[in-house]
Write a protein that binds this ligand. Structure first.
Ligand SMILES: NC(=O)c1ccc[n+]([C@@H]2O[C@H](COP(=O)([O-])OP(=O)(O)OC[C@H]3O[C@@H](n4cnc5c(N)ncnc54)[C@H](OP(=O)(O)O)[C@@H]3O)[C@@H](O)[C@H]2O)c1
Length: 221
């Protein structure tokens, strides 16, 4: 049966690959750049809703518009993000803010609106795309690690309150991946899509709280 699946970060590497794969479902992509959304929607058949999910008003508006046309959301996949590394004192304040906004605030605010509808329906699944950087803090990633550790805590805490209402919340923790990659250090994005398909294919009531996936030689020893 076709599910309604909302993907934040719908124009990113992972969002695009998911939209291309989940063709039997009603997929709604969310991101800020409307032109880019339109292009990807035309290629994949997905719907889209433009908005900054890190802005409370825009997150509410986007979620309200989606819920008007779909009544319920079966699956929310939070795949918005952004990475800017380097020595911390050289990281611009705007880049620090941006990483917190895209990696943590956007999924948290958007989830708030969609989770309320799932809770009312007594069903739903939320999958947060975190990162290996949400398990282990590497050097030169202080802002990114802060955002991903926030997402790890957010995912685990919300899972405990959501389960009483039939809603599952879990995290995917990938290492580096890319569209043209397939190496001992960097996975192809298709591997992350397969992992997410496994999670969202579980029957209601089965949660996958955390699923790590990485290339064999990813990260430091
Ligand atoms: N690629 C990797 O190696 C890797 C590794 C581990 C974890 N991850 C995580 O996996 C997820 C997907 O990664 P990716 O590589 O596909 O990301 P990406 O290619 O950088 O795309 C990021 C997406 O997030 C959207 N976005 C950013 N801020 C937003 C906001 N405030 N509101 C709405 N949309 C927003 C962007 O669109 P707009 O700019 O148009 O808003 C874009 O669609 C991210 O959470 C990332 O941190 C990635």
């Amino acid at each position: 049966m076709s599910r309604t699946i909302v993907i934040t970060g719908g124009t990113g590497k992972l969002g695009r690959a998911l939209a291309g794969q989940l063709k039997n479902d009603a997929v709604v992509l969310v991101a800020r750049n409307a032109e880019r959304l339109k292009q990807i929607a035309a290629k994949t058949g997905a719907e889209y809703q433009a908005g900054d999910a890190a802005d409370p008003d825009q997150a509410l508006q986007a979620a309200t518009d989606i819920l008007k046309s779909h009544k319920t959301v079966d699956v929310l996949i939070n795949a918005s993000g952004g990475w800017i590394g380097g020595p911390y004192e050289e990281t611009a304040p705007e880049d620090i803010q941006q990483q917190i906004r895209s990696n943590a605030l956007a999924p948290m605010l958007f989830t708030r609106e969609i989770y309320a509808a799932m809770k009312e329906a007594g069903a739903g699944r939320i999958v947060n795309v975190v990162s290996q950087g949400g398990f282990y803090a590497e050097r030169h990633q202080a802002a990114y690690a802060a955002a991903k550790f926030a997402m790890d805590g957010f995912t685990k805490s919300l899972a405990k309150e959501a389960r009483e209402h039939g809603v599952t919340v879990g995290g995917i923790y990938p290492g580096a991946f890319g569209e043209d990659d397939d190496s001992e250090t960097t996975l192809n994005v298709g591997e992350i899509v397969d992992a997410i398909e496994f999670v969202i294919g579980r029957k209601p009531g089965v949660n996958v709280p955390e699923l790590g996936i990485q290339a064999i030689k990813y990260g430091t020893d």
